[in-house]
Every structure is written in structure tokens, then in C-alpha cells.
Design a protein around this ligand. Structure first.
Ligand SMILES: Cc1ncc(COP(=O)(O)O)c(C=O)c1O
Length: 331
């Protein structure tokens, strides 16, 4: 198998070098809100104990309630990224990955020797015919294009795996497949709640698929703090707060897109925006102390694309102003 020309293991955290204003990483807040930090502080007192089965069960029950599923249709994970690393356990003979998209699923499958066929979408990155495979991986909404695919279209695809790491930033989650029985869905708590360092996410799917996925995981796979975070973030008040934050993120995205004007490739449906800019823009922004996510590591994109994290208007103005100056200079 030939190796891909892109560095599939490059992620925004590498672009966001210390000291730069970070528009590269899509985590929406610098730290969890106080109520969540307080919950985690209480959990700290129990760190002398191994993570309890009852905590895993309680977490699965809360997630199940949130998505209208049964607890045995939930697998708690060290972030959605762990779910991608476990995909080879499903023993696909051939996988299809729809790009441009987050590259970890393809990297994990390739590392395990699974043949991967890429489907490269063209702007505006809407879904066309998708070839059949044992696994078809799609992000929704998709990082880095910020496109939200309609669920009716996704439901036509067999053996579907949907990366819904950013779905909680879409108000009302109208296109989510989290409630569908025949789909494997990965969700993340990283972005909305500022939990990147804890690694907290989960999978939703049929119990047989989840059992296969979890084969050979170590004993106590998810630490106590992550278990507490998953439960806390799926409780009713947190879900209400998620919805409020999603509406706010949508407003911020609309505002960011307005400021960026013609550079925007597709109107953003997630809290980041894909822009097309002259070559050298990223490096010039970096010289001005600003980090944006390079896109030449995403199959189907190149160094004329940047992904920019959406922030509140006053913060986003810093990016928009610097970009305006850089574009003048590059002219
Ligand atoms: C689209 C997408 N899916 C999944 C992940 C990983 O999520 P987690 O932090 O839950 O492992 C990321 C992280 O950048 C992402 O952008």
C-alpha cells in the first residue's frame, strides 16, 4: 500500500505554537466552565480508587438518555479519537473515507493495514454517490469544510460511521444520526466544554458492534475524571447549556463569515470556517503572532486553504484585521 503524501497525523495543536493567538484549534473555550471544574474537583478526591464499573454504567445511562438510546448502545471513550483508533477491530476488508475531513480515521485504518479508498468531494463539498465498503467514514458537520450533510442522504449509505465531534455545536442537531440504530456514531465532549486534556467522548451503535470495537481495550480504559465529565456533560442542564452555546456559536460563525466575505469557501455550519487565500498567508499571519490551521494536510485541499476557528466577535476581529493587512501585503 502506498503511503499518503499528506501528513495525516498533523493537527491544529501543532499550528497553535505557544505565544500565538490561536485560531487553529477548534476547542471553543480555554477551560471547562466553573460548574464542570467543580464536579471534576469532587472527582479528584476519589483518584485513589480504580474507575468503578458503576461510574461507567452511570455515564452510559446519562449518554443514553441524552440521545434516546439504551445504555448497552453506548461505549464511553477517551475522546472520539480513541474510537477511530479502535475502528480496525471491526475488521473491515476495505474502507471508504470521505474527504476533505478529519484525518485520524484514515490514519488509524491505514496503520492497521486496512485498504482505504478516498472519496474526494469538490466545493461545495456536498455528498454524491459513495461507493460501497465495509466501513464508510464521514464527518458531520465536517472538519475542515464546515459543511453539514443532510441525514436523509447519509441514511442511504451502508456500514456508515459518522464522526459527530462537532454536532453539539449545531443548534437542535437536525442532521444527527445519534438516534439511528444501524449507524456507528462518534461524539466528542472536547470542543464545547474545553476538555481536550481529559479525553472524553463516546460511541453510539448496536451492542454487537460496540463489543467488537472495544475488543482488547485495557482494563479500566476510561479514567475517573473523564467518566465524571461525560456524565456531567450529558445531564439535562448541561444539554440545555449545550444548545445555548450552539446558538451562540452559530451567531459567531455567521458574523465571522460576513467579515471574511468572498474568502469563505462554503457558509460555515460548524464553529470554524474554511477560507481560500493566497499562498503564504498562513506564514505571514504567523509572523504577526496569529495561528490558523494549515489545510495542505487534508486530502483534497492545499496550501491556498486555511481553517479558522470561530470566536466571539471582539476576538475574531483580531484575526480579520491581521488577515486584511496580510492580504494587502501579499498583493
Ligand atoms: C472532526 C473531529 N473529530 C474528532 C476529533 C477528536 O475528538 P476528541 O478530542 O474527542 O478525541 C477532532 C479533534 O480535533 C475533530 O476535529
Amino acid at each position: 500500500m502506498t503511503s499518503p503524501k499528506e501528513d495525516l497525523r498533523h493537527h491544529g495543536d501543532v499550528d497553535a505554537a505557544p505565544g500565538l493567538a490561536d485560531f487553529a484549534v477548534n476547542v471553543r473555550v480555554p477551560r471547562p466552565p466553573k460548574w464542570l471544574r467543580d464536579r471534576l474537583k469532587i472527582a479528584l478526591d476519589d483518584l485513589g480508587r480504580y474507575p468503578a464499573r458503576s461510574a461507567d454504567q452511570a455515564g452510559r445511562e446519562e449518554v443514553a438518555r441524552r440521545h434516546g438510546r439504551r445504555p448497552d448502545e453506548v461505549l464511553l471513550l477517551n475522546g472520539a479519537a480513541e474510537g477511530f483508533a479502535l475502528l480496525p477491530n471491526l475488521r473491515p476488508r476495505r474502507a471508504v473515507v470521505v474527504h476533505p475531513s478529519f484525518t485520524e480515521p484514515e490514519a488509524a485504518l491505514r496503520d492497521a493495514g486496512v485498504p482505504v479508498e478516498r472519496v474526494l468531494l469538490e466545493p461545495p463539498y456536498t455528498l454524491g454517490e459513495i461507493p460501497e465498503a465495509d466501513l464508510v467514514v464521514i464527518g458531520n458537520p465536517t472538519n475542515p469544510t464546515s459543511v453539514l450533510h443532510p441525514r436523509e442522504k447519509l441514511r442511504q449509505i451502508k456500514n456508515l460511521v459518522v464522526d459527530e465531534a462537532f454536532m453539539d455545536a449545531v443548534p437542535g442537531e437536525p442532521e444527527s444520526l445519534a438516534g439511528d440504530e444501524n449507524v456507528l456514531v462518534f461524539r466528542s465532549l472536547t470542543k464545547t466544554w474545553g476538555l481536550a486534556g481529559i479525553r472524553a467522548g463516546y460511541a453510539l451503535g448496536d451492542p454487537d458492534t460496540l463489543a467488537k470495537l472495544a475488543h482488547n481495550r485495557p482494563q479500566w480504559p476510561v479514567n475517573s475524571l473523564a467518566l465524571e465529565a461525560i456524565k456531567a456533560c450529558c445531564e439535562e442542564r448541561a444539554v440545555e447549556e449545550t444548545e445555548r452555546l450552539a446558538r451562540e456559536a452559530q451567531e459567531h460563525a455567521r458574523h465571522a463569515a460576513e467579515l471574511l466575505g468572498d474568502l469563505v469557501v462554503v457558509p460555515p455550519r460548524a464553529p470554524f470556517v474554511l477560507i481560500k487565500v493566497p499562498r503564504g498567508t498562513r506564514e505571514a499571519l504567523r509572523h504577526k503572532g496569529i495561528a490558523a490551521r494549515r489545510c495542505d494536510t487534508f486530502p483534497g485541499l492545499d496550501d491556498e486553504h486555511l481553517r479558522v476557528a470561530v470566536r466571539a466577535p471582539e476576538e475574531f476581529a483580531v484575526f480579520a484585521d491581521a488577515l486584511r493587512v496580510v492580504m494587502e501585503e501579499l498583493r
